[in-house]
Design a binder for this molecule. Sequence first.
Ligand code: HEC
Length: 133
Amino acid sequence: MRRADCLVLIVLLALLTSASARAEIPVREAFRLHCSGCHGPDGRGVDRFVPDLRALAPLLAAEGGREYLVRVPGVAQAPVDSAALAELLDFVVREMSGVEGFDGYGAKEVEGLRRRPLLDPVGSRPVPRPAPR
Ligand code: HEC
């Protein structure tokens, strides 16, 4: 293969992979793909092992709660870009937890926080986790 052909191929491959990485999927599907395996399709979680995502209001109201939600490992390390992750979290907070008037996350905010995933998520929770429903 000639060098020029090789370059064209590399550019095409790069374009293809970046296009597929950016392909947007609806937020509910993103939740199913990346979160529901542990939290369940409706976010209810599993007993005391996986927290319920339908009751995040008290956590969000606590100091450091907003940051905590992004730095929890399952969120921080989700295989989506930061804009999609912000959208996913807004969906969880507004739709699953029913928090009204929530000032949504931004991609930049999420980008900075997710770089520092929590090593001790249970111990770092700003308020004690409520008993499972
Ligand atoms: C591999 C299982 C798993 C996956 C996948 C996962 N989580 Fe979690 N999540 C947990 C566990 C377990 C916790 C409790 C903290 C910890 O041990 O990490 C948690 C904690 C949380 C919390 C904090 C809730 C609280 O009350 O403290 C939020 C919010 C959350 N996850 C959202 C998500 C979202 C959104 C996704 C998808 C992007 C996701 N998680 C993916 C297992 C998972």
